[in-house]
Write a protein that binds this ligand. Structure first.
Ligand SMILES: *[C@@H]1O[C@H](CO)[C@@H](O)[C@H](O)[C@H]1NC(C)=O
Ligand SMILES: *[C@@H]1O[C@H](CO)[C@@H](O)[C@H](O)[C@H]1NC(C)=O
Ligand SMILES: *[C@@H]1O[C@H](CO)[C@@H](O)[C@H](O)[C@H]1NC(C)=O
Ligand SMILES: *[C@@H]1O[C@H](CO)[C@@H](O)[C@H](O)[C@H]1NC(C)=O
Length: 779
């Protein structure tokens, strides 16, 4: 236990690596590289693999040596392999004909903050209660969840009543492994389970469960995969709650959809680590198995790499071509701009926002004054208020200061700004000092209650300051009353502080994130063997737990995509993304613009993309922005790939080639319009298809100009008929001001009176010539 506590404590300071020599394996100057060769073009997988071995044999002394270096051969739906190579071997392969890219494999991280910063709480009550939509659709859809595995015994993965047979197109399997017997745990709900450990073990050595506990199987050691899977497809379970909080029926977005688990993320110091070669192997097999949707709540921190030098982007590119939607989390690196991840134009990238539920918790001082924060307090707590500032100069609530202080029976008051310290640091202090509770003051407009080892109430700076000032004597008595579960809290949603923001750092002409969904304090299934918090000494066992992160918002969208795909099987991944984006809402429960957490500002498309997901509207969107092979051809041409390479990457052979004259990416038929460098009047093109129930439809345009830009749409009226399902329109953007580098936002909405098809416009004007002179400087 002591060793464990030490590990936890070290994580607080971010010093994990150097303390774990076991994890550091230096394999001379070799590294795992991924060699990508494009689409597999329906070749025999065996022959494809043979070819990979042959390529490796060319850079090793023998075929045997080449085989030994190989970790994976990707051979089903696309072609490539992962192997341990040195730099010169990698260079030779990169210059081999037919090779599209060679890149060093990196680690990706799960987009949760269960680890530290954003442990929170929630039930996905956002979708109106018991809507038939959820139960009418989904049986025929298979959602592949790439994550830390699954706790199969959770009630969320039991079969819904009258669930039909496993869909015919399923070719996958449940693979047995440690504490994972497919005969016992797989059913018509959990239809597939695989795990990918080769890359992880090549990097960190064989898993030694004494030092690094894990299940060598698809079973979930971390809880993250169980949580995300149940958000997407969890069956209905009544009386779900966390120690009485948020009690209600838990269910995923598509409770009748099937689950296929691909475990690619493994425990490493109680965080999930996922290697790129394992991820790409999961993509190859999942696409072959027949999943309809892939939900992936992980990513890489910037700097991002080009799309065809990244497993997630390559895997999702092939998924898209096969009609499989891939939903990614945007990352938890907010609120600074340009840190959004998973920004490729063929997937869906999801930001996180709040729901309308809260856990108000009352604090009463002995002078009668009372305050309201957020907490998960189940029993009334009384004690003396211990102001951290009375103990130390500066009152910094970190373990170094508080190692030997006992606060038995006292309620510790800490300010995040003293230090500064994180809530987790202060919780750790309170727990070590044996305090009765912690009141944590942080400068957020809406502190989030989070699962902890000590009772915590989070409170804003204004109230916290009052408590501090009114408790001038050291013997102030304080009472904390049990928290309540409150609904219909307004305003909601609010974009979370941690959600990663646009613009995209590698492709600023595509707006990312695409959309926002609930990701704060989400209540979902949890393995009873995994404590609900990672604080040392947490011995609680729960079936449901609160968690926050874009990891949680991503599967909300995956669940909705399952419903949409089930209702409209012919819709392409681009069409599905289009309907999610064009029907998203931008106003909160008060009818005002959606706000940004921890500020008083309103959200813009870099925070929430097209807006907050609106599943009921998405099912009947009116119009669709689809993309064609030509759109992606254009994109690949612009990315510098040759005609030959592009032919190798696409499933359908192309008859056209890259245009001689470069046509910019902003003409790709994306449902949002982004021009990251508008210097002069520019016209762009979009095509919409009518998918409304009426073949004859007339749509009128409504424009909101970005500040300083005049937007002219032509034609202003779109007329659809049985003979004309698709109509193209043009948007001319004319700069009216001198500006350099400032982003402005507007929108175009097409409406037939019933449907409102909205596209955000994002422009960055660069009309102000910056003179490289010194003339204006005063000497
Ligand atoms: C890379 O590996 C090959 C094959 O083992 C070897 O011949 C070559 O010398 C190595 N190159 C470097 C720079 O280590
Ligand atoms: C695993 O780690 C434990 C604890 O350090 C050690 O005693 C044991 O020998 C290790 N087992 C293997 C197979 O390396
Ligand atoms: C805590 O107490 C121990 C033993 O009484 C002492 O050795 C140590 O220096 C103290 N630590 C601090 C930070 O005061
Ligand atoms: C509060 O306690 C601190 C530390 O014990 C002491 O220095 C201070 O004088 C006390 N203040 C009051 C108002 O009692």
């Amino acid at each position: 236990m002591e060793a464990m506590a030490y590990a936890f404590q070290c994580c607080f300071w971010g010093l994990t690596l150097s303390l774990f020599p076991y994890f550091i394996q230096s394999v001379s100057n070799s590294h795992v590289y991924i060699v990508y060769l494009g689409h597999s073009h329906n070749k025999d997988p065996f022959l494809t693999s043979e070819y990979h071995v042959q390529l490796l044999a060319n850079v090793f002394k023998s075929k045997e040596e080449g085989k030994k270096a190989m970790l994976y051969s990707y051979k089903h739906m696309f072609s490539g392999f992962a192997a341990t190579l040195n730099a010169s071997q990698a260079t030779i392969l990169a210059n081999t004909r037919g090779v599209i890219s060679v890149f060093k494999s990196k680690n990706l991280e799960l987009h949760t903050t269960r680890s530290w910063d954003f442990m929170g709480l929630t039930l996905q009550d956002d979708y109106s209660e018991g809507t038939p939509l959820q139960l009418a659709y989904g049986d025929d859809i298979i959602v592949g969840v790439f994550d830390s595995g699954i706790w199969p015994e959770s009630a969320s993965f039991k079969e819904e009543p009258n669930l039909g047979p496993i869909p015919n197109h399923w070719k996958g399997k449940c693979i047995s492994g440690e504490e994972f017997n497919p005969k016992k745990v797989c059913n018509k709900k959990l239809i597939g389970a695989r795990y990918y450990l080769t890359g992880f073990e090549r990097r960190y050595g064989k898993i030694n469960i004494t030092k690094n506990p894990e299940y060598i199987s698809a079973r979930d050691f971390l809880g993250h995969g169980t949580h995300t899977a149940s958000i997407a497809i969890g069956s209905r379970v009544t009386n779900a709650n966390f120690f009485g909080f948020a009690e209600g029926t838990a269910r995923g977005g598509a409770p009748r959809a099937r689950l296929a688990v691909y475990k690619v993320c493994w425990n490493r110091n109680f965080d999930g680590t996922c290697t790129e070669e394992d991820i790409l192997a999961a993509f190859d097999e999942a696409l072959h198995d027949g999943v309809d949707i892939i939900s992936a709540s992980f990513g890489k921190r910037p700097p991002l790499r080009s799309f065809f030098e990244s497993s997630s982007d390559i895997g999702s590119f092939h998924a898209m071509q096969l009609g499989v939607s891939v939903v990614f989390s945007a990352g938890n690196n907010g609120p600074d701009p340009s840190l959004v991840g998973n920004v490729n134009p063929w997937s869906i990238c999801v930001a996180a926002s709040t729901m309308d539920r809260s856990f108000p918790t009352k604090i009463v001082l002995d002078d009668g004054s009372s305050f309201v924060g957020e907490g998960l307090i189940s029993k009334k707590i009384s004690g003396t208020l211990a102001r951290a500032r009375s103990y130390f100069f500066g009152g910094i609530c970190n373990t170094r200061n508080w190692m030997n202080i006992s606060l038995s029976g006292e309620v510790l008051l800490c300010f995040s700004t003293d230090g500064p310290v994180s809530s987790e640091d202060a919780e750790f202090v309170a727990s070590r000092a044996n305090a009765a509770a912690l009141v944590f003051v942080q400068p957020l407009t809406r502190p989030v209650a989070a699962v902890s080892i000590v009772p915590v109430v989070r409170i804003d700076t204004i109230q916290g300051t009052k408590i501090y000032l009114s408790s001038s004597s050291n013997v102030t008595k304080v009472q904390i009353l049990p928290s309540k579960t409150a609904f219909k809290r307004s305003p909601a949603p609010i974009v979370s502080d941690f959600s990663s923001r646009g613009p995209s750092s590698i492709s600023p002409d595509f707006l990312k994130p695409d959309i926002s969904a609930p990701g704060i304090s989400v209540l979902a299934a949890w393995p009873p063997n995994v404590p609900p918090s990672i604080f040392p000494g947490d011995k609680r066992s729960v079936d449901w737990n609160f968690d926050s992160g874009t990891s949680m918002s991503c599967p909300h969208v995956s669940g909705v995509v399952a419903l949409l795909k089930s209702a409209h099987p012919q819709w392409s991944p681009a069409a599905i993304r289009s309907v999610l984006m064009t029907t998203a809402y931008n106003l909160d429960t008060t009818g005002d613009d959606i706000l940004v957490e921890a500020s008083t500002k309103t959200a813009n498309p870099f925070d929430i993309g097209a807006g907050h997901i609106n599943p009921l509207k998405a099912i009947d969107p009116g119009l669709i922005y689809d993309t064609t092979t030509r759109d992606y051809l254009l994109f690949l041409c612009n990315s510098g790939y040759t005609d030959e390479q592009i032919q190798a990457m696409v499933v359908c052979p192309l008859t056209t080639r890259c245009p001689n004259k470069i046509e910019p990416n902003w003409n790709i038929n994306y449902p949002s319009i982004t021009i990251s460098n508008l210097k002069c009047t520019t016209t762009i093109k979009r095509t919409v298809r009518n998918v409304g129930s009426m073949k004859t439809a007339i749509y009128f345009v409504k424009i909101v100009n970005p500040r300083g830009v005049e937007v002219v749409v032509w034609p202003k009226v779109l007329v659809f008929s049985a003979f004309k399902e698709e109509v193209t329109y043009f948007v001319t953007l004319k700069p009216l001001k001198k500006s350099q580098g400032r982003y402005d936002f507007g929108s175009i909405t097409w409406s037939d009176g019933f449907h409102h098809v909205r596209s955000p416009i994002v422009v960055q004007l660069n009309t102000n010539e910056v003179e490289a002179g010194f003339g204006t400087m005063a000497y």
